[in-house]
Design a protein around this ligand. Structure first.
Ligand code: PXG
Length: 465
């Protein structure tokens, strides 16, 4: 076979890609017609494509490249670890130094008594672990019927059978016979889209109290846990009203159920604390981690578990594990990534410097005629697109039509800003500078202007009735 490299013409690379590579969350035929964008290299907050574009990555890859691209230290650690011990498992009474060192570091960084780590290769796998772990915990406590996990609509917890069942994405449940049994979904705290005439504070309480109503309806003796992202990411960076978070914690305290905070996006500095739970005032029993743990340089995820759960689990054999649990190369890279974050004080940078600056700039977008609300927590932000701000109207066109048009203009203007239906979202690398934030905002504004003109030209500037 010929040598396939960055030097091949883009069209040839795209044709080979279309012929042999099945993409996630994509319609393969549409992609094949358009040709996938070929990303060739990256540095800092910038990615480069095969056509020579230099693009500002407003999504940190897929919410993960927290320390930015091009970190030689991470490459060096990976190479060193591959030479010394490229692989060994942690199944049969064995362990290795990267697993030990990373676990000790995570226990130090995680709040409260979250001192024990069960590794996985990804966030989805970690959430599958969580389902089995909380159910096993209650079974060991003599309550095997306490196995229902409550989650939320429009939550994202992964793509495995377990992760997608926990998630509340209708499109995912429609394929492959999901959700698995004993998962129960309550409504999300999305005031902009679902708040109607209620005041946001009241709406936040109402949505949190759905958890209490669900526990009462199902029976406390049946409910094992509640799982939630501190701030919903893939659902569109939904920042709930301030009343929501404390009410959730109150309900979890009142009833004997476990709280699982899915920190896959919110963890590792994204919200201005090491963990999103700290930003929203939760004390979870388990945290799901992945993405920023290694800044995406290696695939690794896991569950950080409290002393209370670990003590119970320690007495039984947990019949669960992955070949790549605590993979030594991934663990060594993750540890070095956390060291970089500490040395460069990146969490402080987010909470006291670049986060407040980004917030100020991002919130200024609310002046734009097509932007209804602009929300941001730390380095994850969203704007709602609307043809009529006062009534918080949706567009009459199919949901996502206008968001897609804005995204296309962003791509054309060398900015990665994603859309989730008609919300635009950002989650840049934490290392972004003020000058780069200015570029991000200028390109976002220009893309909104251009897309709005297209929307009007296409006769789509119409509110849904
Ligand atoms: N939990 C949360 C909160 C996530 O955001 C996962 C679990 C699953 O992690 P893995 O590593 O298995 O992907 C995620 C992943 C998107 C998008 O379109 C978001 C994710 C994954 C793929 C696409 O925003 N988040």
């Amino acid at each position: 076979m010929r040598d396939i490299s960055n030097h091949m013409p883009t069209a040839e690379l795209q044709a080979l890609d279309a012929a042999h590579h099945m993409h996630p969350f994509s319609t393969q035929n549409t992609l094949a017609q358009r040709g996938a964008r070929v990303i060739t290299r990256a540095n800092g907050v910038w990615i480069h494509d095969s056509e020579g574009h230099q693009i500002l990555d407003g999504m940190a890859g897929l919410w993960c490249v927290n320390v930015g691209y091009g970190r030689d230290r991470l490459a060096d650690v990976a190479a060193r670890q591959m030479r010394e011990l490229p692989y060994y498992n942690t199944f049969f009474m064995t362990t290795h130094v990267p697993a030990i060192a990373l676990s000790a570091k995570l226990a130090e960084l995680a709040p409260g008594d979250l001192n024990h780590v069960f590794y996985a290769g990804s966030g989805s796998e970690a959430n599958d672990t969580n389902i089995r772990m909380v159910r096993t915990y209650w079974a060991e406590m003599g309550k095997p019927q306490k196995n229902i996990i409550i989650s939320r609509k429009n939550a994202y917890h992964g793509s495995t059978l377990g992760g997608a069942s926990l998630g509340g994405m209708g499109g995912m449940h429609a394929q492959g016979g999901l959700p698995i049994p004993d998962i129960y979904h309550i409504d999300q705290p999305n005031w902009w889209a679902e708040g109607g005439q209620t005041d946001p504070a009241e709406f936040g309480l109402e949505r949190a109290r759905q958890l209490e109503l669900a526990i009462e309806k199902l029976g406390e003796d049946r409910v094992a846990a509640f799982i939630a992202e501190p701030v919903q990411g893939a659902g569109g960076v939904i920042v709930p009203p301030e009343t929501y978070w404390p009410e959730i914690q109150r309900i979890c305290n009142k009833y004997n159920i476990l709280l699982i905070a899915d920190e896959v996006i919110c963890g590792f500095g994204r919200t201005g604390n090491w963990f999103g739970s700290q930003t929203v005032g939760w004390a979870p029993d388990i945290m799901t981690i992945a993405k920023g743990l290694s800044s995406g340089y290696q695939p690794i995820g896991g569950s950080i578990v409290s002393d209370k759960i670990a003590q119970v689990m320690a007495a039984c054999e947990f019949n669960h594990g992955y070949t790549y649990n605590a993979h030594p190369v991934a663990a060594a890279v993750a540890l070095e990534n956390l060291t970089i974050m500490q040395e460069e004080r990146l969490v402080d940078y987010v909470s006291t410097d670049i986060g407040p600056y980004l917030k100020q700039q991002w919130e200024s977008l609310v002046d734009h005629p097509m932007v209804g609300e602009a929300k941001i927590v730390g380095m994850m932000g969203s704007i709602a697109l609307t043809p009529h701000k006062e009534s918080r109207a949706k567009f009459a066109a199919e949901a996502g039509t206008v968001g897609y048009m804005v995204r296309e203009r962003c791509f054309a203007n060398n900015l990665v800003m994603r859309h989730v239906y008609d919300r635009m979202i950002i989650s840049p690398p934490l290392v972004i500078t003020r000058d780069e934030v200015d570029i991000l905002i200028a390109r976002a504004r220009q893309s909104l202007d251009e897309a709005m003109a297209q929307v009007k030209d296409a006769g789509l500037w119409q509110a849904a009735s």
